[in-house]
Design a protein around this ligand. Structure first.
Ligand SMILES: *Cc1c(COP(=O)(O)O)cnc(C)c1O
Length: 386
């Protein structure tokens, strides 16, 4: 059996895969099993932040592989300690808990938002407001946090204690912020929900409610974090400092890793024994992450923003483009075409793009070369204009 046949026979079909077997690559150029070339505008859903086979990342991972791969959180190891310091320096957060995925990071964020409130106010203050059209993960609790009815059908009963506010609706948010609420949880740019930017004024309104009522601001930076939106974290575009931040996707350059970051107010909430993870902070993932996180500095972010402007300016002149949303290198393009059809046409012509709801979604590697960018945009233009 070939790869597609094996996969179709033995993999549980939770994914609608694109019709291609990817085999190898370098940077933002990938090849399938027949040697056909693809420009990658998806970076594995925003995960390979520095592309495929980045030399510095590879060296960092290989060096750590030669030392040790795992010892458990019963012992101190250098890579996760170094990474935690880097993340705090980049974000203004104070402490870090390491997990293995975005959903797990959000589970941690939700647990500690509730614990902060429980420790201070006791029971009955456990409600979390999240936003309509949000996406926070696939576990039972993060599905409950996800503000989309289509995720709340067959897997119930779900974790109680979530209510959903329409994004950018300040009046409704004010009405929802009742005495039982411990946290407001949101993505600054909704990813899976269709690349929807939150308004600056809305995020500032969240900040005010949180300050007035000792409600925690919990920002899901799983997709938007680690340079994706042109700042280290997307909330830095809105001049706020959250109490809790979750992140994952791009952080370790393709290795599975998530993190929960705690601000000043909640930095002592994560007490001994209150949470844990066998693999969390794994030295290999942490070493890879250090090589990624340390290189996302101001000069690098300036380039991310330059490429963002370049793509927006290029696509705004393409016939059939109705709107462009998003920030940095997280962009959603609404066109006359069905987004899935457009993505499949791109694939045929040698370009990998993602979709989010009715939009073509671009999440290229942050270090994509100008040549790869131009080559991919040319294909995208052809497909949109056709
Ligand atoms: C991808 C994503 C998640 C879930 O991450 P997993 O690693 O798949 O568990 C959660 N929140 C947001 C905003 C995401 O984009």
């Amino acid at each position: 059996m070939n790869t597609k046949e094996l996969d179709n026979e033995y993999i549980a079909h939770t994914y609608g895969r694109f019709d291609v077997v990817l085999k190898n690559g370098k940077g933002s150029t990938l090849y399938d099993e027949n040697g056909k070339k693809y420009i990658d505008f998806g970076s594995g859903i925003g995960v390979t932040a520095f592309g495929i086979g980045d030399e510095e990342w590879k060296n960092a991972v290989e060096e750590q592989l030669d030392k040790l791969q795992h010892v458990s959180n019963l012992y101190y190891t250098a890579p996760c300690a170094e990474l935690a310091k880097l993340l705090c320096k980049k974000s203004g957060m104070k402490k870090v808990f390491f997990a293995n995925s975005g959903a797990e990071a959000n589970e941690g964020a939700i647990k500690f938002a509730r614990k902060y409130s429980f420790d201070k106010y006791g029971e009955r203050r456990s409600t979390i407001i999240s936003l309509e059209n949000s996406f926070h993960g696939r576990t039972i609790t993060t599905l409950a946090a996800t503000g989309q009815d289509s995720f709340h059908t067959v897997f119930g009963p779900f974790t109680p204690g979530f209510k959903y506010c329409p994004a950018n609706d300040i009046d409704t948010l004010n009405k929802m912020a009742t005495d039982d609420v411990c946290a407001i949880m949101f993505e600054c740019v909704q990813g899976e929900g269709g690349i929807n930017n939150l308004d600056y004024a809305f995020v500032k309104a969240i900040e005010k409610i949180c300050n007035d009522k000792d409600i925690l601001m919990v920002v899901d930076e799983v997709q938007t974090g680690n340079g994706r939106t042109g700042k280290y974290f997307a909330y830095q575009n809105f001049d706020v400092t959250p109490d809790i931040v979750s992140t994952a996707k791009g952080m370790a350059g393709g290795l599975p890793m998530g993190a929960v970051l705690f601000g000043e107010k909640v930095k002592d909430t994560a007490t001994a024994g209150s949470h844990g993870s066998t693999f969390g902070g794994n030295p290999i993932c942490a070493a890879g992450a250090c090589s990624i996180v340390s290189r996302i500095d101001d000069a690098f972010l300036k380039e991310v923003n330059r490429k963002s402007e370049y793509i927006k300016s290029y696509l705004s002149k393409v016939k059939g483009v109705k709107s462009i949303s998003g920030m940095g290198l997280m962009l959603g393009i609404e066109t006359d075409k069905d987004a899935k059809d457009a993505a499949n046409e791109c694939l045929k012509k040698g370009l990998l793009v993602l979709t989010a709801k009715n939009k073509i979604r671009l999440l290229p590697a942050l270090n994509i070369s100008q040549a790869e960018l131009d080559e991919g945009l040319k294909i995208l233009k052809e497909v949109i204009e056709k």
